[in-house]
Write a protein that binds this ligand. Sequence first.
Ligand code: HSE
Length: 399
Amino acid sequence: MSQPSLTLGAFGNGCVGQGFLELLNANGGTAAHVKHVCVKERGRERSIGNATLTYEALDILGDDQVRAIVELTNDPVLALDVIKHALNTGRNAITASKRVVAENLAELIALQRTTGQSLLYEASCAASIPVLRALETHFSGEEVLRIDGILNGTTNYILTKAQEEKISPAEALRQAQEAGFAEADPSSDLSGTDSRYKLVILIAHAFGTIVRPSSILCHGIEGLNAGDLAFGAPNGWSLRLIASAYRSTDGLVAHVLPTFVRSNDAFAFVRNEYNAVRIEGANSGTHLLQGKGAGKLPTGLAVLSDVQQLIRGGGYGYAKVNEQAPVLSGGERRLEVYARIPATHQELLARFDAVRPIDDSKEFVRVTGTIVLDELRALLGEGRDGFQVIALPHLSAKC
Ligand code: HSE
């Protein structure tokens, strides 16, 4: 006997919304259909299959046949509103918005627990990589020691193109925007905040710890210059924007930093818009998941996969979200870094230890050294133009 089809209401019909509909309509095996698509912008031609187009959220939220909503807008206020409305009215919800999930995670988990409804968001984190499902299923009984990820397709595309084809970061960003990888406001990609939202989500599912995005140290790639990129070349190092979280004696350490990786590190082979997540388990060793981290169809596939999960039944268990979860700490931790310091602010050198000069010019002093994470956070918060750090290779190639 065939399964009754799950009736969905979709919000948003941008890059991801179109990718999702395209895959759903092409995939006869998914027992779901979109009844309405709600958009803001009028007058644009849209390909939405048999769904009806609406500009009124209530056409979806007031329709009793709609059993789940799929939120794929660029509007975090509207997104949170419709997700909460859906859960509160006995419907399940799916979203691709990392910002909405990361900034409201405690509230959204509590709401799922009180309403008994589910919110799924595989597409929010490394697009096509089924990492949340892996953490929720395979790793729910494992103590995760460490998780590292290349979690942003746009910056990985820019770094790969700059290193391998000598394409300027501005031109590579333009290409990433054209391909639909970048955010509407790409500064969130470049500054690392997009990766940080995704790290917040990974931390909840890997360690059970709920953290505010702003509590995680974050330094992006927007200030990098050609000299920074070239520093790793003689050693064969590649530059990647890496989000990391790991257990330490005093809790959980987390940061997002441009990082040099050795040529035999698996992350060096993660190119263009691909993402990767490395998970180290106490009993199971190191695992590597990789796949496309941005783009219409890879992200649309993750949304479709959440629809299929809803049809099978069951949301996230959040098995590790309890009092035993480690707290975010580790500010005393010391990192080994490359630093470019404006020549006008050489006093900053005193905040580093084990300093080794690389070179200096009228504009900059470049060194390697070590710095305590809290000190680095303070320094970055002082917002000095021209100051750039890059973490030095800290991982041996494990897989
Ligand atoms: N702008 C994001 C990225 C899209 O480049 O990774 C996927 O989350």
